[in-house]
Design a protein around this ligand. Structure first.
Ligand code: G
Ligand code: G
Ligand code: NA
Ligand code: MN
Length: 249
């Protein structure tokens, strides 16, 4: 209740901020894109993670407005960097219930002047718990615009695998929980199968949560090229992005 009011206030007072974390092509050792990650700079509580406030924003429906704000900001900021790299934005399943979602994306693209081919949308498996025609057609509309679709946190949801053959994904992101402890043979087996699956389905694959050189080397040996994690860079504020772009090479 109290936090719900705080969230409304935060939107009005512009307390949200977008951080960015690079995707790295570990073969070329170059940045290949960025994920926009929302942050809430609370006047008293300091920086609050979306893990804390997104669930509440989803419950209250505020996610629609917050999501649009995050997308607009990410598009505008990404358009201002001297690069043509991908900018990846997370969409909550609740946002797909909005009749305005496609309209909002189009408007944000127009306002920023960003090339739609630079934009990636990250969705989670929970979007596919009940398979609806609406979701399929929305994702297809995005792809018709030139956007790409990424399956985030793969393997952690309660969804069946059937949706992989019916929905048009461009990329699978291997969840960081599988990367965390690669000394466990079970995790290696899972990582290996997801990489194989992505190849068989002609999708790209990215490993999340790379924190060490050893993890990077294991994933590389398994055939994964695109990676993301603290080992390369933490999520950083927009002001540090130009530096990150030139430093990770
Ligand atoms: O950045 P961090 O690790 O604290 O993010 C925690 C969770 O919040 C992650 O699951 C991430 O995908 C999610 N998240 C971050 N930014 C956004 C956003 O703009 N929209 C949605 N729906 N989720 C986000
Ligand atoms: O659900 P999603 O994959 O969007 O969540 C991304 C979250 O993971 C962000 O909150 C980000 O801060 C966090 N994250 C990114 N890289 C790493 C990492 O190397 N280690 C850990 N522990 N968290 C990470
Ligand atoms: Na994500
Ligand atoms: Mn993820």
């Amino acid at each position: 209740r109290e936090m719900e009011d705080d969230l409304r206030m935060a939107l009005r007072n512009e307390e949200f901020e977008v951080f960015y974390q690079p995707f790295v092509d570990s073969g070329r050792k170059a940045v290949s894109g960025f994920e926009a990650l929302l942050r809430w700079r609370h006047p008293e509580k300091g920086l609050i993670s979306p893990g804390v406030f997104i669930p509440l924003a989803e419950e209250t429906g505020l996610i629609e407005e917050i999501g649009v704000w995050c997308m607009q900001t990410a598009f505008r900021e990404a358009a201002s960097w001297n690069t043509d790299m991908t900018i990846s934005v997370n969409f909550s399943p609740v946002q797909f219930k909005s009749a305005k979602l496609v309209e909002d994306v189009d408007a944000a693209l127009r306002a920023s002047g960003l090339d739609p081919r630079r934009v990636q949308i990250e969705v989670t498996e929970s979007l596919f718990i009940d398979e609806s025609e609406n979701i399929l057609s929305t994702l297809k509309t995005f792809r018709d615009r030139g956007l790409t679709i990424s399956m985030d946190d793969f393997g952690t949801g309660y969804s069946s695998l059937g949706y992989l053959s019916r929905f048009p994904f461009d990329k699978i992101k291997i969840d960081q929980s599988f990367v965390r402890d690669l000394s466990r043979p079970e995790n290696i087996a899972i990582v290996r199968s997801v990489i194989g699956l992505s190849r068989a389905l002609d999708m790209k694959v990215l490993a999340e949560g790379i924190e060490s050189r050893e993890q990077m080397e294991i994933l590389y040996a398994e055939g994964c090229r695109e990676m993301q994690g603290f080992f390369f860079s933490r999520p950083v504020p927009a002001s540090e992005m130009p530096l990150v772009i030139t430093e990770i090479t």
